[in-house]
Design a protein around this ligand. Structure first.
Ligand code: AMP
Length: 296
Protein backbone atom coordinates (compact mmCIF):
# COMPACT_ATOMS: atom_id res chain seq x y z
CA UNK A 1 0.00 0.00 0.00
CA UNK A 2 0.96 3.63 -0.32
CA UNK A 3 4.07 4.31 1.76
CA UNK A 4 4.83 7.49 3.74
CA UNK A 5 1.31 8.48 2.97
CA UNK A 6 -0.02 11.85 4.05
CA UNK A 7 -3.56 10.68 3.44
CA UNK A 8 -6.10 11.10 6.15
CA UNK A 9 -6.28 7.72 7.85
CA UNK A 10 -9.99 7.35 7.11
CA UNK A 11 -9.22 7.58 3.40
CA UNK A 12 -6.35 5.18 3.63
CA UNK A 13 -8.46 2.63 5.49
CA UNK A 14 -11.26 2.82 2.97
CA UNK A 15 -9.39 3.05 -0.31
CA UNK A 16 -6.78 0.86 -1.86
CA UNK A 17 -3.90 3.06 -3.03
CA UNK A 18 -0.73 1.49 -4.41
CA UNK A 19 2.57 2.90 -5.50
CA UNK A 20 4.21 -0.43 -6.29
CA UNK A 21 3.18 -2.46 -9.29
CA UNK A 22 4.05 -5.75 -7.55
CA UNK A 23 1.50 -5.02 -4.81
CA UNK A 24 -1.15 -3.88 -7.27
CA UNK A 25 -0.67 -7.02 -9.37
CA UNK A 26 -0.92 -9.26 -6.26
CA UNK A 27 -4.21 -7.63 -5.32
CA UNK A 28 -5.62 -7.88 -8.87
CA UNK A 29 -4.57 -11.56 -9.03
CA UNK A 30 -6.25 -12.22 -5.69
CA UNK A 31 -9.57 -10.53 -6.45
CA UNK A 32 -10.10 -11.42 -10.10
CA UNK A 33 -10.98 -14.74 -11.62
CA UNK A 34 -12.25 -16.07 -14.96
CA UNK A 35 -14.90 -13.67 -16.23
CA UNK A 36 -14.06 -10.75 -13.92
CA UNK A 37 -13.86 -7.56 -15.94
CA UNK A 38 -11.28 -4.91 -15.09
CA UNK A 39 -11.98 -1.34 -16.23
CA UNK A 40 -8.94 0.93 -16.39
CA UNK A 41 -8.75 4.73 -16.52
CA UNK A 42 -5.21 6.06 -17.08
CA UNK A 43 -4.68 9.68 -15.99
CA UNK A 44 -1.97 12.15 -15.02
CA UNK A 45 -3.96 13.32 -12.00
CA UNK A 46 -5.19 16.80 -11.03
CA UNK A 47 -8.55 15.17 -11.52
CA UNK A 48 -11.61 17.06 -12.70
CA UNK A 49 -15.16 16.16 -13.74
CA UNK A 50 -13.91 14.92 -17.13
CA UNK A 51 -11.76 12.25 -15.46
CA UNK A 52 -14.55 11.41 -13.02
CA UNK A 53 -16.98 10.87 -15.91
CA UNK A 54 -14.60 8.23 -17.31
CA UNK A 55 -14.50 6.55 -13.91
CA UNK A 56 -18.29 6.56 -13.67
CA UNK A 57 -18.61 4.88 -17.08
CA UNK A 58 -15.96 2.33 -16.08
CA UNK A 59 -17.79 1.57 -12.82
CA UNK A 60 -21.02 0.84 -14.69
CA UNK A 61 -19.32 -1.56 -17.09
CA UNK A 62 -16.84 -3.53 -14.96
CA UNK A 63 -16.48 -5.60 -11.80
CA UNK A 64 -13.21 -3.93 -10.83
CA UNK A 65 -12.05 -0.38 -11.66
CA UNK A 66 -8.44 0.81 -11.53
CA UNK A 67 -7.29 4.40 -12.05
CA UNK A 68 -3.63 5.24 -12.57
CA UNK A 69 -2.29 8.64 -11.59
CA UNK A 70 1.12 9.19 -13.11
CA UNK A 71 2.68 12.26 -14.68
CA UNK A 72 4.61 10.42 -17.36
CA UNK A 73 7.91 12.24 -18.02
CA UNK A 74 8.60 10.63 -21.40
CA UNK A 75 5.56 12.20 -23.06
CA UNK A 76 6.61 15.77 -22.21
CA UNK A 77 8.78 17.55 -24.76
CA UNK A 78 8.80 20.71 -22.68
CA UNK A 79 10.65 20.65 -19.34
CA UNK A 80 8.70 23.60 -17.94
CA UNK A 81 5.37 21.98 -18.77
CA UNK A 82 6.48 18.80 -16.95
CA UNK A 83 7.80 20.71 -13.93
CA UNK A 84 4.64 22.81 -13.62
CA UNK A 85 2.15 20.01 -14.28
CA UNK A 86 -0.17 20.02 -11.23
CA UNK A 87 0.39 17.13 -8.80
CA UNK A 88 -2.46 16.86 -6.30
CA UNK A 89 -2.63 13.20 -5.27
CA UNK A 90 -4.30 13.76 -1.91
CA UNK A 91 -7.10 15.85 -3.42
CA UNK A 92 -7.43 13.37 -6.29
CA UNK A 93 -8.01 10.51 -3.87
CA UNK A 94 -10.65 12.56 -2.08
CA UNK A 95 -12.43 13.17 -5.40
CA UNK A 96 -12.30 9.48 -6.31
CA UNK A 97 -13.76 8.64 -2.88
CA UNK A 98 -16.78 10.82 -3.65
CA UNK A 99 -17.68 8.38 -6.43
CA UNK A 100 -16.69 5.07 -4.88
CA UNK A 101 -14.34 3.67 -2.27
CA UNK A 102 -13.98 0.54 -4.34
CA UNK A 103 -11.89 2.17 -7.05
CA UNK A 104 -8.29 0.98 -6.89
CA UNK A 105 -5.69 3.73 -7.23
CA UNK A 106 -2.28 3.08 -8.76
CA UNK A 107 0.00 6.10 -8.22
CA UNK A 108 3.48 4.82 -9.05
CA UNK A 109 6.83 6.57 -8.88
CA UNK A 110 8.88 7.10 -12.05
CA UNK A 111 11.20 4.36 -10.74
CA UNK A 112 8.35 1.85 -10.34
CA UNK A 113 7.41 2.32 -14.00
CA UNK A 114 10.76 2.88 -15.71
CA UNK A 115 13.18 0.94 -13.44
CA UNK A 116 15.99 3.45 -13.88
CA UNK A 117 15.62 3.70 -17.65
CA UNK A 118 13.28 6.64 -18.27
CA UNK A 119 13.16 6.50 -22.05
CA UNK A 120 10.48 5.90 -24.67
CA UNK A 121 10.15 2.98 -26.98
CA UNK A 122 9.87 4.11 -30.61
CA UNK A 123 6.57 3.37 -32.38
CA UNK A 124 5.25 3.43 -35.91
CA UNK A 125 1.58 4.36 -35.77
CA UNK A 126 1.16 4.50 -39.56
CA UNK A 127 1.84 8.23 -39.71
CA UNK A 128 -0.90 9.46 -37.39
CA UNK A 129 1.84 10.18 -34.84
CA UNK A 130 3.28 12.84 -37.16
CA UNK A 131 0.19 15.04 -37.33
CA UNK A 132 -0.74 17.93 -35.03
CA UNK A 133 0.23 16.97 -31.44
CA UNK A 134 2.96 14.75 -32.86
CA UNK A 135 4.28 17.54 -35.06
CA UNK A 136 4.27 20.19 -32.36
CA UNK A 137 5.34 17.92 -29.50
CA UNK A 138 8.16 15.77 -30.93
CA UNK A 139 8.39 12.40 -29.17
CA UNK A 140 5.05 12.89 -27.42
CA UNK A 141 3.33 9.84 -28.88
CA UNK A 142 6.35 7.59 -28.31
CA UNK A 143 5.99 8.55 -24.64
CA UNK A 144 2.23 7.95 -24.69
CA UNK A 145 2.66 4.58 -26.44
CA UNK A 146 5.35 3.54 -23.96
CA UNK A 147 3.36 4.34 -20.83
CA UNK A 148 0.01 3.02 -22.08
CA UNK A 149 1.59 -0.27 -23.23
CA UNK A 150 3.35 -0.66 -19.89
CA UNK A 151 0.22 0.09 -17.87
CA UNK A 152 -1.79 -2.39 -19.98
CA UNK A 153 0.87 -5.05 -19.30
CA UNK A 154 0.68 -4.43 -15.55
CA UNK A 155 -3.10 -4.11 -15.14
CA UNK A 156 -4.32 -6.32 -18.00
CA UNK A 157 -7.62 -4.47 -18.27
CA UNK A 158 -10.68 -5.80 -20.07
CA UNK A 159 -11.79 -2.26 -20.97
CA UNK A 160 -9.76 0.96 -20.99
CA UNK A 161 -11.35 4.42 -21.06
CA UNK A 162 -9.97 7.41 -22.96
CA UNK A 163 -11.43 10.87 -23.50
CA UNK A 164 -12.20 12.32 -26.92
CA UNK A 165 -10.62 15.50 -25.58
CA UNK A 166 -7.33 13.88 -26.64
CA UNK A 167 -8.76 12.45 -29.85
CA UNK A 168 -5.41 11.91 -31.51
CA UNK A 169 -4.20 10.02 -28.44
CA UNK A 170 -7.34 7.88 -28.60
CA UNK A 171 -6.52 6.94 -32.22
CA UNK A 172 -2.91 6.25 -31.26
CA UNK A 173 -4.01 3.92 -28.45
CA UNK A 174 -6.34 2.06 -30.84
CA UNK A 175 -3.38 1.59 -33.23
CA UNK A 176 -1.15 0.42 -30.37
CA UNK A 177 -3.68 -2.18 -29.31
CA UNK A 178 -4.20 -3.48 -32.83
CA UNK A 179 -0.48 -3.53 -33.73
CA UNK A 180 0.56 -5.35 -30.55
CA UNK A 181 -2.61 -7.46 -30.38
CA UNK A 182 -3.30 -6.35 -26.81
CA UNK A 183 -6.58 -7.93 -25.63
CA UNK A 184 -8.36 -4.81 -24.35
CA UNK A 185 -11.40 -2.86 -25.54
CA UNK A 186 -10.75 0.84 -26.00
CA UNK A 187 -13.79 2.86 -24.98
CA UNK A 188 -13.99 6.50 -26.05
CA UNK A 189 -15.77 8.97 -23.78
CA UNK A 190 -17.22 12.41 -24.64
CA UNK A 191 -15.58 15.70 -23.66
CA UNK A 192 -16.68 17.22 -20.38
CA UNK A 193 -16.82 21.03 -20.51
CA UNK A 194 -17.05 23.88 -18.01
CA UNK A 195 -20.37 25.76 -18.18
CA UNK A 196 -18.77 28.37 -20.45
CA UNK A 197 -17.74 25.64 -22.92
CA UNK A 198 -14.03 25.45 -22.05
CA UNK A 199 -12.95 21.80 -22.24
CA UNK A 200 -11.98 20.63 -18.76
CA UNK A 201 -8.26 20.07 -18.42
CA UNK A 202 -5.78 19.70 -15.58
CA UNK A 203 -3.88 22.58 -17.18
CA UNK A 204 -6.90 24.87 -16.58
CA UNK A 205 -5.74 24.89 -12.93
CA UNK A 206 -2.84 27.05 -14.02
CA UNK A 207 -5.02 29.73 -15.62
CA UNK A 208 -6.00 32.89 -13.75
CA UNK A 209 -9.73 33.41 -13.18
CA UNK A 210 -9.78 35.92 -16.02
CA UNK A 211 -7.85 33.67 -18.42
CA UNK A 212 -10.17 30.81 -17.61
CA UNK A 213 -13.19 32.96 -18.42
CA UNK A 214 -11.71 34.28 -21.65
CA UNK A 215 -10.48 30.86 -22.76
CA UNK A 216 -14.06 30.14 -23.78
CA UNK A 217 -12.99 31.76 -27.07
CA UNK A 218 -11.38 28.42 -28.01
CA UNK A 219 -14.67 26.52 -27.94
CA UNK A 220 -16.62 29.43 -29.44
CA UNK A 221 -14.16 29.60 -32.34
CA UNK A 222 -14.36 25.89 -33.15
CA UNK A 223 -18.17 26.00 -32.98
CA UNK A 224 -18.15 28.89 -35.47
CA UNK A 225 -15.57 27.08 -37.63
CA UNK A 226 -17.81 24.02 -37.69
CA UNK A 227 -20.67 26.18 -38.96
CA UNK A 228 -18.46 27.80 -41.62
CA UNK A 229 -17.21 24.42 -42.80
CA UNK A 230 -20.78 23.76 -43.95
CA UNK A 231 -20.27 26.18 -46.85
CA UNK A 232 -16.53 26.88 -47.04
CA UNK A 233 -13.39 24.85 -47.70
CA UNK A 234 -11.08 23.68 -44.92
CA UNK A 235 -8.48 26.16 -46.17
CA UNK A 236 -10.92 29.10 -46.00
CA UNK A 237 -12.06 28.12 -42.50
CA UNK A 238 -8.44 27.81 -41.34
CA UNK A 239 -7.64 31.28 -42.69
CA UNK A 240 -10.69 32.69 -40.86
CA UNK A 241 -9.56 31.10 -37.56
CA UNK A 242 -5.98 32.32 -37.98
CA UNK A 243 -7.25 35.85 -38.57
CA UNK A 244 -9.54 35.69 -35.55
CA UNK A 245 -6.63 34.64 -33.29
CA UNK A 246 -4.23 37.18 -34.78
CA UNK A 247 -6.43 39.86 -33.20
CA UNK A 248 -6.20 38.23 -29.77
CA UNK A 249 -3.53 39.49 -27.40
CA UNK A 250 -3.83 36.83 -24.71
CA UNK A 251 -4.16 33.81 -27.00
CA UNK A 252 -1.67 32.44 -29.47
CA UNK A 253 -2.85 29.88 -31.97
CA UNK A 254 -0.43 26.98 -32.38
CA UNK A 255 -2.45 25.04 -34.92
CA UNK A 256 -5.94 24.70 -36.31
CA UNK A 257 -6.61 21.70 -38.49
CA UNK A 258 -9.66 20.08 -40.03
CA UNK A 259 -8.68 16.46 -40.44
CA UNK A 260 -9.98 13.08 -41.46
CA UNK A 261 -10.92 11.30 -38.20
CA UNK A 262 -9.38 8.02 -39.31
CA UNK A 263 -6.03 9.12 -40.72
CA UNK A 264 -5.82 12.56 -39.07
CA UNK A 265 -4.52 13.90 -42.38
CA UNK A 266 -5.65 17.46 -43.13
CA UNK A 267 -8.78 17.84 -45.24
CA UNK A 268 -7.70 19.24 -48.60
CA UNK A 269 -10.90 18.64 -50.53
CA UNK A 270 -14.14 17.60 -48.81
CA UNK A 271 -15.14 13.99 -49.39
CA UNK A 272 -18.71 13.02 -48.46
CA UNK A 273 -17.60 9.56 -47.41
CA UNK A 274 -15.19 10.80 -44.77
CA UNK A 275 -15.75 11.91 -41.19
CA UNK A 276 -13.97 15.15 -40.35
CA UNK A 277 -13.00 16.70 -37.06
CA UNK A 278 -11.69 20.08 -36.03
CA UNK A 279 -8.54 20.21 -33.87
CA UNK A 280 -7.05 23.25 -32.18
CA UNK A 281 -4.12 24.05 -29.88
CA UNK A 282 -3.79 27.47 -28.26
CA UNK A 283 -1.31 29.02 -25.84
CA UNK A 284 -2.61 31.21 -23.04
CA UNK A 285 0.28 32.74 -21.14
CA UNK A 286 2.56 29.74 -21.96
CA UNK A 287 -0.17 27.26 -20.94
CA UNK A 288 -1.13 25.01 -23.79
CA UNK A 289 -4.79 24.10 -24.25
CA UNK A 290 -6.31 21.78 -26.87
CA UNK A 291 -9.85 21.14 -28.00
CA UNK A 292 -11.64 19.21 -30.71
CA UNK A 293 -15.10 18.82 -32.18
CA UNK A 294 -16.63 16.48 -34.74
CA UNK A 295 -17.99 18.23 -37.81
CA UNK A 296 -20.17 15.43 -39.14
P1 AMP B 1 -4.92 13.29 -18.60
O1 AMP B 1 -4.92 13.23 -17.11
O2 AMP B 1 -4.97 14.68 -19.13
O3 AMP B 1 -3.83 12.44 -19.20
O4 AMP B 1 -6.28 12.63 -19.06
C1 AMP B 1 -6.64 11.33 -18.69
C2 AMP B 1 -7.81 10.88 -19.50
O5 AMP B 1 -8.92 11.75 -19.24
C3 AMP B 1 -7.55 10.95 -21.01
O6 AMP B 1 -8.14 9.83 -21.64
C4 AMP B 1 -8.21 12.23 -21.40
O7 AMP B 1 -8.62 12.26 -22.76
C5 AMP B 1 -9.40 12.24 -20.47
N1 AMP B 1 -9.90 13.60 -20.31
C6 AMP B 1 -9.17 14.72 -20.03
N2 AMP B 1 -9.95 15.81 -20.03
C7 AMP B 1 -11.21 15.38 -20.33
C8 AMP B 1 -12.47 16.03 -20.49
N3 AMP B 1 -12.59 17.34 -20.36
N4 AMP B 1 -13.54 15.27 -20.79
C9 AMP B 1 -13.42 13.92 -20.94
N5 AMP B 1 -12.27 13.25 -20.80
C10 AMP B 1 -11.17 13.96 -20.51
Amino acid sequence: MYENSKFASHLQKRMRIFNKQSELVSLLDAISSEGTSIGFVPTMGALHQGHLSLLETALKQNNIVVISIFVNPTQFNNAEDLAKYPRTLEKDVEKIATISNDIIVYAPSVEDIYKGNTVSQHFDFDGIENQMEGKFRPGHFDGVGTIVKRLFEIIKPTNAYFGEKDFQQLQIVKKLVSKYKIPVNIISCPIFRETNGLAMSSRNERLSAEERKEATIIYKTILEAKKLFGTKSANEVTKWVEKAFAKQKRFELEYFQIADEATLLPCIRKNKNKNYRIFIAVFVNKIRLIDTISVN
